[in-house]
Write a protein that binds this ligand. Structure first.
Ligand SMILES: Cc1cc2nc3c(=O)[nH]c(=O)nc-3n(C[C@H](O)[C@H](O)[C@H](O)COP(=O)(O)OP(=O)(O)OC[C@H]3O[C@@H](n4cnc5c(N)ncnc54)[C@H](O)[C@@H]3O)c2cc1C
Length: 325
């Protein structure tokens, strides 16, 4: 038991960034265990996962899994966890991974370490590290048998190179009629908009930016300009989303999305524990707040005490000059 099975998520015919990161993490873990990284793709196209660290690529396709089914995907992953005898079974903690991976682990009669930020080998066994108590502490998880884990996006690196592994088609042992639920339709969000959970840079706005339908109109336009200059996605605190100022898809935090970008700029956000739970894993945190006692400064690498009205446009202008954009 030293191989690692990784479910690699695909979207629009290509592996997602989070899926390749999970494969990278699986490849590194498999090497440390002295085993192979086995990518599992559900669909009809496996891409070239050997170039992203897979030693073997299993492809489960056909009518039964023509569209996403939490039930069907869980059964396939559980079956291949068993057939490969993997020491660890991984997926990314994306909405899809969160939706079906716990079901897959349950079918395999295993527990699941969710939203992990580190994988390691100790005493020859795989272990996963995950934040607990809204990110206040880290727990190291070891499983009695196979370790099942979902991995937080943007924490693990993709790997390049590896094998020329040709896809191996594996049978799906059930038909469409056996599934309890299938997804009938996926409605795309605003086209071209960068998802806050996938972005490398996130610029987030809080209640300090004020109502965009009133006195905050210019502040939000300034925030959009800063995000555009940096090629960043916009995030928001729950206060902003609850007020209906921004959509829930942008909410960062315990009841929103977990982000781990290279750069997180929090503007007019106090830094409540529930917000920190979703962004404290960011590599570099910049906070702009007029209150020098705001809790956000405790987690910030760089803090700017000032109003968003003054600081955000000045920062955008300086960045435009530096970046020549
Ligand atoms: C169960 C539960 C789950 C929750 N989940 C989430 C979650 O997922 N995400 C989340 O964000 N919150 C969540 N919350 C809410 C959280 O507790 C806070 O209420 C929320 O994060 C506050 O948002 P905020 O920082 O935008 O607003 P506030 O706390 O009101 O902070 C506004 C900040 O803006 C600053 N400010 C004001 N004017 C200016 C200005 N002109 N220039 C610069 N700074 C200014 C103020 O100094 C203040 O620090 C949750 C709460 C609960 C109970």
């Amino acid at each position: 038991m030293s191989d690692v099975l990784v479910f690699v998520e695909f979207s629009d015919g290509a592996a997602t960034k989070a899926g390749l990161q999970a494969l990278g993490a699986g490849s590194t873990l498999a090497k440390a265990l002295g085993g192979k990284a086995i990518a599992l793709v559900i669909g009809n196209n496996a891409g070239e996962l050997g170039k992203h660290g897979a030693d073997r690529v299993l492809v489960a396709g056909g009518d039964a899994v023509g569209s996403y089914s939490p039930d069907g995907f869980a059964r396939i992953v559980a079956e291949h966890a068993k057939s490969t005898g993997a020491a660890a079974v991984l997926a990314s903690a994306t909405p899809m991974g969160k939706d079906f991976f716990a079901r897959a682990a349950a079918i395999a009669k295993c527990g699941l370490a969710a939203d992990c930020v580190e994988l390691k080998v100790e005493g020859g066994k795989p272990r996963a590290v995950r934040p607990v108590f809204a990110g206040k502490a880290l727990a190291t998880v070891e499983a009695p048998g196979t370790l099942w884990a979902t991995l937080r996006p943007n924490v693990f690196a993709e790997v390049s190179g590896g094998s020329d592994a040709a896809p191996e088609t594996v049978p799906v042992t059930f038909g469409p009629g056996d599934l309890k639920a299938v997804v009938k339709e996926i409605v795309a969000g605003v086209k071209g908009k960068l998802d806050v959970a996938e972005a490398e840079i996130v610029v987030s706005g809080g209640r300090g930016l004020k109502d965009p339908a009133g006195e905050g109109k210019q502040n939000w336009a300034n925030l959009e300009a800063l995000a555009e200059t940096l090629g960043a996605a916009i995030g928001a605190s729950r206060a902003v989303v609850d007020a209906g100022w921004r959509g829930h898809g942008e909410q960062v935090g315990q009841t929103g999305k977990t982000v781990s970008p290279k750069l997180y700029i929090a503007c007019g956000i106090s830094g409540a524990i529930q917000h920190l739970a979703g962004m404290s894993g960011s590599k570099v945190i910049v906070a702009i707040n007029k209150d020098d006692n705001a809790p956000i400064f405790k987690v910030a690498d760089y803090g700017i005490v000032g109003t968003v009205e003054d600081v955000v446009p000045a920062l955008t202008a300086a960045l435009k000059e530096t970046l020549g954009s």
